[in-house]
Structure formats: structure tokens, C-alpha cells
Design a protein around this ligand. Structure first.
Ligand code: AHM
Ligand code: MG
Length: 338
């Protein structure tokens, strides 16, 4: 079946028409994100040519070396969104505190948490990287949002998504009505609907994790990984390992091909008891997407990450996400261990 040719703007508009009371503010915000994505994509694609790759010298709030493109993506997202009149406050993985809008910016009713360039340690090797975003409604009373607006449980997200800068640039998002993917046609500079209503396969044949940390994981996670390496009853082969180390790329593959992605808790390292990935910028938005695509996403205790009420902007949480049947097997191992 051929997909109807539709730009992302037309798709957003058609979706908005389903809600007669919609003001268009939310649609405009999504459009601004798509424009920011194009600007970042353009820069990511020509980065090697301009010789701007490499270490920028600063460290971000997690003590990690920031790459030049992280900084560019962070500022681009802020610049493209803050004057749209749709936002009250923002939070970025690259900024310690919430980001208040410029004094002369029109304020709106939404809040965005974003990771401007996830997987940036891969940039120099030309590996796919991505931008992740999560949108909430403003809850606080005043017109300028507060940190509480950013610290909402993931179940209150009104949209989440990512942009993957890969062999093609794609924007994949959900507003709670399925997951839709748009591929950037560089010749006309438009995102075109290429993957409507993405459904993650019920079961996959890939597992995706940093297996070097196996000795640090709890017994149930270790047993689960051992099990995946035994012959699967349906395929008579073990699962294959696929790990890029760039979450957006690993999740994108998992969404399309099925399988399971894990970033578990590190039981031995007191500095990383909750794994590496951040609740606000990575775990919440990706869990919402995976669940909307018919998959499952849980935290290290088997609970829904979208129920977690964040207490700080940069808190981390384990995530296990992917095909429903594969995550259910993980949950069985977790139950057996307790
Ligand atoms: P970043 O936000 O600093 O780029 O780090 C997040 C990335 C994810 O994209 C990826 O899943 C993970 O770090 C890989 O971590 P590790 O190297 O520990 O496997
Ligand atoms: Mg990140």
C-alpha cells in the first residue's frame, strides 16, 4: 500500500482539525520543533566539512565533555522555540537549571524538556545521533513556568518524540494517538509522512545494551541476557546483539524491527545506582513513544516509568523497553528473582 504524500505541516493540521476547540498553539509548537530539527540536521550533515567536529572544551552538568554540536543544537532549539509564543519554560539536558524565556518573548501554555543532541560521543565517528523532546502543559499559576512544570510525571506528556540524524533525517513523534514518522526530503526541505502509525513488532530478535556492564547488573537482568543467548524456540537461534550506544538510533531500530533495549541499574557503582539515562530527557519521552507503538517500557523494578514523579531535573532511571513479548519475558525473570 502506498503512503499518502503528506508534509508534516499538513499532518499536524489534519490532526488539529479532529479537536474543534484546539487553538493551534500546540500545532505551532510541533511545527517549530520540525523547523529546529531541519536547522540542526543541516548542521550535523555538514559538520565534517566545516571542520567543527570535536571537543568543545566545556563540561556539561553531568561532568561529560560537551561537543561543539551539542552546544549548537542546544542553542538552536532554544532560539527556534522561545519566541513562538507557545512555551512558558524549558529544560535541557545541557543546562543545569530550567531555561526561562527571554524577557521580550511571548509566553504560552506548554513546557518542553529536551536532549538537544543525544549520543554526541559518537559524532566524530559519523554515527547517528538524535534530538529527544517531551512536551507537557504548564500547570503553575503564573505566566512564566517554573521548575515544577518541568518536573511532571511522564504520564502527563501531551507529546514526545525524537529526530534522528542518520542516513536520512527522520522526525518520529506521538501526541497520544499512535506514533508517526516523517522523513526529511533534503531536495525540498520538507518532512514527509513515511511511517504512519508505527507498530513495534510483538517480538523481535535483537537485544540492545552495553553488555560490558554485565557484571554490575542484578541477577535477574543477567539471567535474562543469558536466556536470550540460548536458542529461541521459534527461530532456533539465539537473539542477536545490536548496540550503537546512541539511544535514538538503538530505539529507532527497536521500534521498527522489534527486540529489546536495556539500560539497567548498576548495582555495584554507588554513583550510578539508576543507570545512566535521564528520566526527563530520555526515559520518559522514549517510554511514551514505545508504549504508543504497542510496546512496553518499564523501569528496573518492572514499573511504568511514566508514573515516576521527578524530583530533580537531571535524575536518572533504568529503562527496559521494546517489543511487548520480549519485555514480558524480562518481567518474568524479575518476578522469579523476587
Ligand atoms: P548522552 O546524553 O551524554 O549522549 O548519553 C546518552 C547516551 C545514549 O544515547 C546511549 O544509550 C548511552 O549514552 C550509551 O551509554 P554507554 O556508553 O554507557 O553504553
Ligand atoms: Mg542524552
Amino acid at each position: 500500500m502506498q503512503t499518502k504524500l503528506m508534509t508534516i505541516s499538513r499532518f499536524i493540521y489534519e490532526e488539529q482539525r479532529k479537536y474543534p476547540n484546539a487553538t493551534g498553539e500546540f500545532s505551532d509548537l510541533l511545527e517549530d520543533i520540525a523547523i529546529a530539527a531541519k536547522v540542526i540536521s543541516h548542521q550535523v550533515n555538514k559538520a565534517g566539512l566545516l571542520g567543527i567536529l570535536g571537543i568543545y572544551g566545556n563540561h556539561n552538568v553531568h561532568g561529560e565533555v560537551q561537543q561543539k554540536l551539542d552546544v549548537f543544537a542546544h542553542h538552536t532549539f532554544i532560539k527556534m522555540l522561545e519566541h513562538g509564543g507557545h512555551l512558558a519554560v524549558m529544560a535541557s539536558e545541557e543546562s543545569e537549571e530550567v531555561i526561562h524565556l527571554a524577557d521580550d518573548a511571548n509566553l504560552g501554555n506548554y513546557v518542553i524538556n529536551f536532549d538537544p543532541l543525544d549520543g554526541s560521543s559518537n559524532i566524530d565517528a559519523n554515527v547517528s545521533v538524535g534530538t529527544i523532546f517531551s512536551i507537557h502543559r504548564k500547570r503553575s499559576k503564573g505566566s512564566r513556568g517554573t521548575i515544577e512544570d518541568c518536573l511532571q510525571a511522564g504520564k502527563y506528556q501531551v507529546a514526545s518524540g525524537y529526530i534522528i540524524y542518520g542516513s536520512s533525517t527522520m522526525m518520529v513523534y506521538t501526541t497520544g494517538n499512535g506514533v508517526h514518522g516523517f522523513t526529511l526530503d533534503p531536495s525540498v526541505g520538507e518532512f514527509l509522512l513515511s511511517h504512519p502509525y508505527i507498530q513495534i513488532p510483538k517480538k523481535g530478535k535483537y537485544y540492545s545494551c552495553n553488555e560490558a556492564y554485565y557484571p554490575y547488573w542484578d541477577k535477574s537482568t543477567q539471567s535474562f541476557i543469558n536466556y536470550l543467548k540460548e536458542n529461541d524456540v521459534t527461530t532456533n537461534r539465539p537473539y542477536s546483539l545490536r548496540y550503537i550506544g546512541s539511544m535514538v538510533a538503538d530505539i529507532h531500530r527497536t521500534l521498527l524491527y522489534g527486540g529489546i533495549f536495556l539500560y539497567p541499574a548498576d548495582t555495584l557503582d554507588p554513583k550510578k545506582p539508576d543507570g545512566k539515562l535521564r528520566l526527563l530527557y530520555e526515559v520518559s519521552p522514549i517510554s511514551f513513544l514505545i508504549q504508543q507503538a504497542g510496546g512496553l517500557a518499564v523501569d528496573g523494578k518492572g514499573n511504568d516509568p511514566l508514573e515516576i514523579v521527578p524530583t530533580s531535573l537531571h535524575q536518572r532511571t533504568p529503562i527496559i523497553a521494546g517489543s511487548k513479548e520480549d519485555v514480558e519475558v524480562y518481567l518474568n525473570f524479575l518476578r522469579d528473582a523476587n
